[in-house]
Design a protein around this ligand. Structure first.
Ligand code: ZN
Length: 368
C-alpha cells in the first residue's frame, strides 16, 4: 500500500470510531422567560390572582379573560397559554418543576431575584457575592466563555441576546469573550444584516414596558436572524416582558405575553428543524430566573422574603433527551444545573467548568 493511502485509510478508520459529538457539532439554545411562575407555566390562568387583580383594575374584562383562559383542568388551561410548548415540545423532552407531580426545581441562591439567578445558571452554582441587580461585571467564568474556549470557537459562535440591558455585564467575566446584544442596542456593525437594521428602525417606534429592557418581540427576532445566518454553537436568549408586566400587576397582558413567547418557541423550533446544520443536533433548554409569590397580594413580587419565589421550572428538548414529558417525583434539580447541562449537550465535560453542579439527569444521553 502506498504511504499516502495508508495515511488516508488510517484517517478513515479514525473517523469511523470518533464519538458522535466529534462528527456532528452539537448546538444548544438556552431560552429564559423572566420571573414566570410555576403556577401559570403548569396550570395556566390562576383564579386566585385574577380575583385579586380585579380589584386593581388591571384586567379589562374579567368575564372575557375567564372565557378565554379558564378550563376545568390545569392541563387544558396551560395548553391555552402555551399550545406549542405543551403539544409539541413537552412530549419529546423533559419538563421539571410541577409540584402537582411531586417535582421540584429550586434556585440555590438566597436572593430570589434576577442577577443572582442568571449568574447561578451561567456559572453552575450560586454566587454569594451577587446580591444586587447592579450593572456590574463579576469575575466568575460563565458557561458561555468556557464553552467557547473548550470548543476552540470563534467569538461569533457563542452569542447572547437579552431584553434586559444588564446581560452586557452578566454574560461573561470578560467583556470581549462572546457576542452580547442586550437592552435597546443595535447590532454591532460587523454583525449587522438587513433584518437587524429593519428591526432597529422599528424598535425606535415602539414603547418599552421598562426603560432598562427592550421589548421581547425585538430580542426574539434578532436572535432568530442570528441563528439563521450564523448557526452559533451556543445561543442564549433572555426575555423580560413577563417580569415587568407582573411587577405592574398587569395579569391579562402577562397571559398574552406567554402566548407570544410560545409563538417564538414555535418559530425557533421550526427554524431548527428546517436547517440541516441544526436539525437533530440541537438541544433547547427553557427555564426562568426566579418564581414569585403565591398569594393575591404577593404574586407580582419576588425576593428573599417572598415565599414561593424559590420555585422554578425547567424544560430540556433535544437529541438524547429522555422523551418522558413530565416524570414524577424528581426533586433534586437546581437552577445551577443549567450550565452543566449546556456543556454536556455540547459534548463537553460538565466538570470542566470549575464548581458547576452536575447536569439534569436524562437531559443529554449520548452527547459524549
Ligand atoms: Zn423582577
Amino acid at each position: 500500500m502506498p504511504h499516502s493511502l495508508v495515511r488516508r485509510t488510517a484517517a478513515l478508520v479514525a473517523l469511523a470510531v470518533l464519538p458522535l459529538a466529534a462528527q456532528a457539532p452539537r448546538h444548544v439554545i438556552l431560552v429564559t422567560l423572566d420571573g414566570v411562575r410555576t403556577q401559570e407555566f403548569f396550570g395556566g390562568l390562576d383564579t386566585l390572582v385574577l380575583n385579586g387583580t380585579e380589584r386593581q383594575h388591571n384586567v379589562g374584562d374579567t368575564a372575557a379573560v375567564r372565557r378565554r383562559w379558564w378550563r376545568p383542568t390545569p392541563e387544558e388551561r396551560r395548553r391555552l397559554l402555551m399550545p406549542f410548548f405543551w403539544d409539541s415540545l413537552a412530549p419529546q423532552g423533559l419538563v421539571l418543576g410541577n409540584v402537582a407531580r411531586g417535582n421540584r426545581v429550586l434556585i440555590q441562591n438566597r436572593m430570589r431575584f434576577s442577577a443572582p439567578g442568571y449568574l447561578e445558571m451561567f456559572t453552575g452554582r450560586a454566587q454569594p457575592d451577587v446580591t444586587s441587580n447592579d450593572q456590574k461585571r463579576y469575575g466568575h467564568v460563565t458557561v458561555l466563555e468556557h464553552a467557547r474556549r473548550a470548543l476552540g470557537l470563534p467569538r461569533e459562535q457563542v452569542a447572547l441576546f437579552g431584553s434586559w440591558e444588564n446581560f452586557r455585564w452578566y454574560a461573561a467575566s470578560d467583556s470581549t469573550a462572546v457576542v452580547v446584544n442586550a437592552g435597546s442596542q443595535p447590532m454591532a456593525p460587523a454583525l449587522e444584516t438587513p433584518r437587524t437594521r429593519e428591526l432597529a428602525r422599528l424598535e425606535r417606534r415602539a414603547q418599552p414596558i421598562w426603560h432598562e429592557a427592550r421589548l421581547d418581540v425585538f430580542t426574539g427576532a434578532m436572535a432568530l436572524d442570528y441563528l439563521r445566518t450564523r448557526h452559533p454553537r451556543l445561543l442564549v436568549v433572555n426575555f423580560d416582558d413577563t417580569d415587568d408586566l407582573a411587577h405592574l400587576r398587569r395579569y391579562e397582558p402577562l397571559l398574552v405575553a406567554l402566548g407570544g413567547l410560545d409563538d417564538f418557541l414555535h418559530e425557533l423550533w421550526t427554524t431548527v428543524q428546517a436547517d440541516p446544520r441544526l436539525r437533530g443536533r440541537t438541544t433547547l433548554i427553557i427555564t426562568t430566573d426566579h418564581g414569585r409569590g403565591r398569594t393575591p397580594e404577593d404574586w407580582s413580587n419576588h425576593g428573599e422574603d417572598v415565599e414561593g419565589a424559590q420555585e422554578i421550572w425547567m424544560a430540556v428538548i433535544g437529541p438524547g433527551t429522555a422523551a418522558v414529558g413530565e416524570p414524577r417525583g424528581v426533586t433534586g434539580v437546581r437552577q445551577a444545573a443549567v450550565a452543566g447541562t449546556i456543556l454536556q449537550c455540547l459534548g463537553l465535560d460538565p466538570a470542566g467548568l470549575a464548581g458547576a453542579a452536575p447536569p439534569v439527569p436524562g437531559a443529554c444521553r449520548g452527547a459524549r
